[in-house]
Write a protein that binds this ligand. Structure first.
Ligand SMILES: [Zn+2]
Ligand SMILES: [Zn+2]
Length: 349
């Protein structure tokens, strides 16, 4: 018993000393902590590592979630980097994760909903400056991608002149500014190759996100490893077929009864509010966790990661309620995606 008292006394004295030191010398202590913290920021250089790496740079939806950025997926395949759906906050989150922005080879837009493209401008600036690009970045997308690209190019053009004036043409070469559109022409009932060479193959299929046409699901293959991404869709057998035997399936997920609970609250608070109609509308074009699990099971996916999480889930405490029956539907592991997660697959392994 004595040693417990002695330990408690030492603990109280230590805490009191730290508190007193902080009150007396906050600035030098804060500076010391800052310098120590930034020395821990040396992140692994994924561009140098072979294999297939998946960066969850945004796992949220348009519903405001304090812990999740807008939809965003970073892919590094054999050192080549791709960004799929640069939603709001994408560039910042990718920087935090050590994503090789200088190696970004292309951006792919699964569809043209605002939440999947509203971070495109900052991604273009990152790729341009960090990559020292000499030609604009290709942005692949469905019909309408030309409008999106020309709009973003115009929106940031004045900013680009400031960057060149400030950093010089070696770093910010005007010839490399912005993007060039690459139209993906989806063929009904077939898969479409977006990028295909000896190292990387990215394949697209149409998925069901009506009234959004077209919307795409994607599959990325590299060195015997594979990942698929649903984009925004309900359960769609075409995406299941595209995802056959992938190591990892990423699927959008919206738990409908939870959205219904929000709707009930909104009805009680403000009957007839616009938000109620929107909540009723959004459930018909996103898969539930259970439907995502069904897709993963039928595709024989190695694991399932849920993304485009709705409603917002600020606490892990809510994950079992969100998943519902999904763990009983899919035999493999299911992860509720969180911003900052990285999934790595060694080549041929
Ligand atoms: Zn979306
Ligand atoms: Zn959408």
């Amino acid at each position: 018993m004595k040693w417990v008292l002695r330990f408690a006394r030492v603990f109280v004295i230590a805490v009191a000393t730290c508190a007193a030191a902080w009150l007396l010398f906050p600035r030098p202590i804060s500076e010391f902590i800052f310098r120590t913290a930034i020395s821990l920021q040396s992140l692994p250089d994924t561009a140098q590592q072979d294999g297939l790496h998946v960066f969850l740079c945004g796992t949220g939806s348009p519903l405001p979630d304090p812990t999740r950025s807008g939809p965003c997926l970073g892919i590094v395949a054999g050192g080549r980097a791709f960004v799929i759906d640069p939603g709001e906050g994408a560039a910042r989150r990718l920087m935090n994760m050590g994503f090789p922005a200088g190696a970004i080879e292309a951006v792919i837009l699964s569809h043209l909903h605002s939440d999947h493209i509203d971070g495109l401008g900052n991604i273009l600036l990152q790729a341009w400056i960090v990559g020292g690009r000499k030609v604009p970045l290709p942005v692949y997308g469905p019909a309408g991608v030309e409008n999106v690209v020309s709009g973003v190019n115009e929106m940031f053009r004045i900013d680009s002149t400031f960057r060149t004036a400030h950093h010089g043409t070696e770093i910010a070469d005007p010839a490399g500014y912005g993007a060039i559109p690459r139209f993906i022409d989806l063929v009904p009932f077939k898969f479409t190759e977006v990028i295909a060479d000896a190292e990387v193959r990215i394949t697209a299929t149409a998925v069901s996100h009506a009234p959004v046409h077209p919307a795409m699901g994607l599959r990325i293959d590299h060195a015997g490893r594979s990942v698929s991404f649903s984009g925004d869709t309900v359960y769609d057998p075409r995406f299941v077929k595209l995802s056959k035997d992938v190591d990892l399936m990423l699927h959008d997920a919206m738990q409908h009864w939870m959205i219904g609970a929000f709707e009930e609250q909104a009805q009680a608070l403000a009957p007839g509010a616009v938000a109620i109609k929107i909540l009723q509308d959004i459930v018909d074009y996103h898969a539930t966790p259970e439907e995502a699990a069904k897709a993963a099971q039928e595709a024989n996916a190695g694991e399932l990661v849920l993304t485009h999480i709705a409603p917002p889930l600020p606490l892990r405490l809510f994950y079992p309620a969100f998943l519902g029956d999904a763990p009983q539907v899919f035999d493999g592991p299911i992860t509720v995606g969180e911003d900052g997660m990285i999934f790595s697959f060694a080549p041929n392994g």
